[in-house]
Structures are given as structure tokens and as C-alpha cells.
Ligand binder design. Sequence first.
Ligand code: NAP
Length: 671
Amino acid sequence: MTAVLNPPPATLAEASDEFLQTALEEAELPALLCALAHATGDLSLLEGSVRPTGGPLGALVPMQGGMSVEAQKEARRRILHTLRRLRDTEVTPLDLTAPSVLRELLTFVTGPVDDSYVPLMAHELGLPRDAGEPQWNVHDTRPGAKLRAAVIGAGMSGMVMAHRLRQIGADVVVFEKNDDVGGTWLENVYPGCRLDTTNFGYSYSFAQVADWPQQYSPGPAILRYFQRVANDLDLRQVVRFNTEVNRLEYDEQAGTWAVTTRANGTTETIESDIVVSAVGQLNQPNIPGIEGLDGFDGPVVHTARWDSSVDFTDKRVVVIGTGASAFQAIPHLAESASHTTVLQRTPPWMLPAPDYQTAIPQGLGWLLQNVPHYHRWYRFQQFWMTVEGRRHYVTVDPAWESPVSVSAQNEELRLALEGYLHEQFADRPDLLPHVIPDYPPGAKRMLRDDGTWARTLKRDDVDLVVERIDRIEANGVRTTDGALHEADVIVLGTGFRASEFLSPMTVVGRGGVELREAGGTDVRAYLGVTIPGFPNLFCLYGPNTNLVVNGSIVLFSELGTEYIIGCLRMLTERGAQAMEVAPAVFEAYNQRIDEANALMAWGASGVNSWYKSASGRVSQNWPLTVVDYWEMTHDVRPEHYMFSTQSGSSSEGHQQSPGSGAPRAARGVER
Ligand code: NAP
């Protein structure tokens, strides 16, 4: 902001025209126009030249929705005038319960869209109300009805599940192995850990906040957000902290789960009607089986189990891996180490993000916090850009033949990203062959970069080593060319055992069958949520629900949760004890997922990634659109499930027409 006011005005009422004008220089205009039309009831604000042009996402996010400079000038003129009106006069906000009004505002940001998108859009805006809030209650459904629910994990997914379960009046207990909420954000405290997707979208639709410090906030800020939500929703009272679940066993006679936990050295088993696993995919660190690791004569620290007592100052540090975690940690480690060796097996593709590590500008931050609902419209705009996101760039054209790209569009993206690397390493052509990936963009996770990576690798005290590791010795890492890379500390940025779903728990389902026995190396689930043979066991962020180039994991966890709540409604209303997904439905679904994954860059490319299980199946990623998941999880279809009563008798769900199942919740907008 050119004329910083310190402190800035506390409210809009105290803001001078001059301050508003200056703040506006930093505003994201399309969302602000919408917020003001909403706040003042003046839809004429959205007319004419100020309409965003939108269009699919390229390598970079388009500024101001693609508005021309003239259109931006006009938008600022209208906004200033309207902010003054809002400050100085009585105004009447728009009534968003009118579907046509809501649609008009939503489509100002998105451009023309199919009607099927509108309910999802309203869900994400969180207005006129929380569309995911269940419209039923266990106790009202059947006299004396009771539902005991055990949730495993108080991270991002477990918290939304606990919240919704409390809303339906379930008797809920959350088991959390750590001493606080936050999951991955509590555990990953390596230096430089931050969000690498835009922040406003990485928040619950029902708990949106206006005061994110950065577009890609540092880990502690994300953790504070989850802690704040836990406090605001009073979730801690249902969480048993420092309690690890190590066994789940289904009791076929009772139709209940025995949940065995361990806390403070004491083992306890409780009975629960349903279990929700919200343990995440990136939970169990991958410790590579490199020969000699145990014999290293210094600390070995995994990024996900950071040991803050290890001092890196003036130490020789060897880092194994250049995935998302190592990529964030290495620049910070290099600042304090005497020498840093980066052992890279496969280079990452990086999307340029100039604002990756910068604070939200003061003017924008002030507007987000002081213009009614601006932060919601801003979040919505970020959400919308990711709905289709860069999917079109990573979808396979079967006729395209190249080892480094999967379609003409993918090649276009590849060339843009390669161009970025050429710029970044222009003064170090010796590094270029090592930093340009030889696989298609999107086949592995693309990272965000503001130039820090190149600056770090170009440092005199940093070596990028691409030789394979042979073994680890007492004083360093020996590569296959015979070189010893001496180390005082080894950092493992080697990722997670992502495809080992629900590990390390032992999960025993119907007929005494263990989950990994049933699934082999590949645990699969219907919609990432339900698994045949495991009645009343539900998963969040389960198999094939990881998002790579479109959508948001938070949204998927919300949709998964709402789907589970719909299942519980069906279970309760039917007076059934248990429900289990029909094997045929499960198989057909997984076949569709596998076929679709084969047509995405990560499935078509042979490059190694955590998206795949040991068998090579893409076990993590969602290959379809966000709207597909929305539609597939919107209604629970009884014909997809088998229901059993307490006496053990089992029945298939009745055939019903699509959409006639229990709705997860009444929607803000009619479908
Ligand atoms: P990762 O992406 O799986 O990266 C692991 C790295 O270790 C890769 O470079 C891998 O090389 C290397 N590696 C593994 N075993 C090795 C071995 N035996 N020898 C040599 N190198 C080895 O793990 P991550 O970096 O922890 O990230 C995992 C995921 O966590 C990310 O993709 C992302 O979804 C999430 N994450 C998110 C954020 C965020 O900001 N939101 C931050 C960090 C992580 P290869 O590539 O050759 O396999």
C-alpha cells in the first residue's frame, strides 16, 4: 500500500476517502464488486465492462479475473463510490435466499455456468447459510434412537466430522494420538512448512475467516486456524487426546465395532455403532530402507517428525528428497548450515507463484476484514479458479506420443514451466539438465515457487547431487559414483507411506477378515468412504480422494462428511444396525476411477510418485471433476448398500430412482 496508515482505521465508518482509495489499489476487484453488490443491494455495480473475462487457468493465475486496465479503473471508481455509500448511508443488503439473486452474483465471478454447479457454488460461499448443516437429528428420527460414533483423528477431516456428528445429536468421541487438534499441521513443523495451495480455499465453508496472514500461509497460521475452529465449535470436549487407536474389530452379532485404544500405557476397548477413520493419507512417514541408515553417526530427522532440539547452525546437512516438504525446508536449512547437500532422485515441476511467501498487502487485508462478506466472495473466487483448475492441462490425449507430455495442452504447460526454469537458472546452465524434469507436468505433485529454489541451489554452500544413493556410512552418504557426501545431520524429506490406508491400525471386518488381507496392497473404497466387508466403517480423505490440480481437500472432506451423515440418516430412519456397500457398486465405481486415472498425467506416466501404491495402481488421486464428486456424494442411494438389523439378517437396499435417497442435508439452493 503506498500510504500505509498505522494503525489503519478500525472500521469502515472511520475510513477516510483517501484511505479507501489507497486500499483499493490492492483489492481483488471481481470479488469486491460482488461483496458490495451484496452489501448494498446495488446489482448495477456488476453491469457492463467490469465483468471478469475468466477463462481456463494457465501456468499463472490471471490477475483481476482477466479484466482490462480500463475495466479495472472503472471497477475502482464504482467501488469507491459504493464504499462511501456503505460508510455514510443506510443500505439494504441483497436477500440471497432468492435463488436468482444468488445465481446472478455467483455467475458474475464464474461467468456462465451449467445449473448443476450452482448448489456446489452456494455450498462454498457458505451463504445464505451453511448448506452442509444436517437438517435432521438422531433423536427426532426415532424415539429412543441413539448413535455412538467413534472418529479417529482430530485433524482437518476429523474435526468437520465431529462437528456434523454433534449437529445430529450423535454420541461422539474423537480419538487423537497427539495432544492437540490440527493433524498434519500439528506434526509438520519443519522449517519453511507452509501451505502450497491458496489459503482462503483451504478453510471450511462453514468456518471462513478474513484474516489469513498470507496467500500461502506458514504452517503455524494454519494450525492456529484449526485450533480456533476447534475452540469456536467447542470440539475439544469430545476429543480424547494422547490416545491412539490400534485395533478396530467388527462384531457381526452385535453389529458394532470394538475400538481398542492405548493412552498412557493403558489399553481400553470401547463399543461404537459406527467408526470414521479420519487419519489422513500423509500420516505415516516413509523411512527409506537405505543400507547403513541406522549406523549414521549423527541425528537423522524426518521432515514429518521434526526434532527441534537439533541445531543446524554451521552443520553439514545432507537432505534426501526434493518433494514438497524438502523443497520448503531446504532453503531454510541452507541459511544456517555450513554446507547443504541436496540428494535429488527426481526433480519437481514448479508453478511460478510470485506471492508464495509474501504477506497479504495491508490494503487488501483491511478490505477483507472490513467490507461485509468480502472474504467469502474472495474465497469463492479462489475456489472457483480451482474447480476445473488445471485439469485440462493434465488430461491425456491418447493420440499424443511423447515421454514428457500427455497432450498438446500438457506440452504447452511443460514448455511454459521449462521456460520458467531457464529464466531461473540462466546464470547456471550447468544446473539446468538436473532441474528440468523428464516427465509430464502433473505426473507428480507440482510445487509453488517464487524464485527461492533456484536461489538456494545456486548458493556456493549448496550442492545438488543427482547420483543415486548407494549407502549411508557413519559420517555421510555415499553415492553410486563413489563420492562420500559428509554430513553431521541427515534430513529425510522422503515423504509418507500414503497408500497404506488406515495404517498402522489393525482393522478386522466381517468374517474376521483384516483390511489389508481383503485389499492386498491396495485398499480401495467407494467414494473414498465405504468398503465392502466393513459395515459402518467410513473413511475421510480415503482412497482416491486426493486432489492434485483441481478442487480442494477441505471441500472433499466436507462432502465426504455430509455423505456419511446421509448414510447415518438412512441407517437411523430404517432402524437398521449396519450398512455395507454392495460389492458390485464398489467394483463398478473403482473400475471407473481406474479408467479415469489412466487418462490423467499421473496415471499415464511411469514416473514414481506417492499417488501410486506398491502395485502401481493410482491409489490416492481423484481423477474426475469436483462436480462429479459433489454429485456422487450428494444423495446416499439405498440400492448401493446392504442393510442389516441387530438380529444379523441382511437385506439389499430397495431399488429407487436416482436421487431418491436420503439427502445429506437440505441445500441452500434447489437442485
Ligand atoms: P514426497 O512428495 O513423496 O517426496 C519424497 C521425496 O523423497 C521425493 O523427492 C522422493 O524422490 C524422495 N525419496 C523417497 N525415497 C527415497 C529414497 N529411498 N532415495 C532417494 N530419494 C527418495 O513427500 P513430501 O515432500 O513429504 O510431500 C508429500 C505430500 O505432502 C505432498 O505432495 C503434498 O501433497 C503434501 N505436502 C503439502 C504441503 C503443503 O504445503 N500443503 C507441504 C508439504 C507436503 P522421488 O520423487 O524420486 O520418488
